[in-house]
Write a protein that binds this ligand. Structure first.
Ligand code: C5P
Length: 240
């Protein structure tokens, strides 16, 4: 595969075309942002760590019947993915209260839910990614009811599998965010990334954060924490 034109620069990744119109080249950057990009800091090895973590998770999900856009990891910072048309929604699944849920409803930190909570946020930097409900999504033409049903179905399957993986790593999966795209054939396909940037992870023994909250709340060195997540994930995924 040959790297083509820059398509898109995100907060932690750059996407390029390739010589195959159905394949995109994704470069994971060594930087972290918070407050919707208003705070940006260079972080040693972060791109490499998230690329590896996301690659291992996408491979695992595919092996467990959850199709996704991942094709292969090309190098330390690069992975190839299937090109899809992104649905501009962040799908958040929560197993326990944290972050915006905890603030909004004033419930104790890490209150466990008997059923996972699911929320959609409309992707817009200008609007700061507002919460959006089903009828608002349909009214704006962002997705159909059938697409939302399929996103919910897949998100719950992802949650089940991720909870299993992280439990084997002695980690609680508090919540996470995923994104979906649409293939040319109209299939809703899991895309974007799954990494400690987009998950809340808590060590089951020490109760320490093993995710981007370390950066958001200045709790310590992000690289060390992500290295630890990769170390445990690699041992669960067969020592890669
Ligand atoms: O902030 P909030 O509690 O709504 O975040 C829920 C989950 O979604 C967290 O795991 C967070 O890391 C993730 N998230 C994200 N990108 C955003 C907002 C939230 O990955 N723009």
């Amino acid at each position: 595969f040959v790297k083509g034109d820059l398509l898109y620069t995100g907060k932690a990744k750059e996407m390029y075309t390739t010589n195959d119109p159905d394949v995109l080249w994704v470069e994971y950057l060594d930087q972290a942002t918070a407050l919707n990009g208003k705070r940006k800091v260079a972080i040693d090895q972060k791109g490499l760590l998230n690329n590896r973590i996301s690659s291992l998770i996408f491979q695992d999900l595919a092996q467990h019947g959850i199709e996704n856009h991942f094709i292969e990891q090309l190098s330390e910072h690069v992975q190839l993915v299937r090109r899809v048309s992104m649905i501009p929604l962040e799908t958040v699944v929560r197993n326990a209260a944290s972050g915006s849920f905890e603030r909004k409803f004033a419930v104790p930190h890490l209150t466990e839910f008997s059923t996972p909570v699911m929320e959609f946020f409309y992707k817009s930097d200008q609007l700061d990614d507002p919460f959006i409900n089903d009828s608002q999504i349909e009214a704006l033409g962002v997705a159909t009811a059938a697409t939302l049903t399929e996103m919910r179905r897949q998100a719950l399957l992802v949650n089940q599998r991720l909870q299993t993986i992280f439990a084997e790593m002695n980690v609680q999966l508090v919540d996470f965010k995923i994104e979906f795209g649409m293939t040319a054939a109209g299939q809703v396909l899991l895309a974007d990334e799954i990494s400690p940037d987009s998950c809340r992870l808590v060590d089951l023994t020490t109760h320490e954060s093993l995710d981007k909250d370390v950066f958001r709340k200045n709790l310590g060195d992000l690289t060390t924490v992500y290295q630890e997540v990769l170390r445990r994930l690699a041992s669960v995924e067969g020592g890669q």
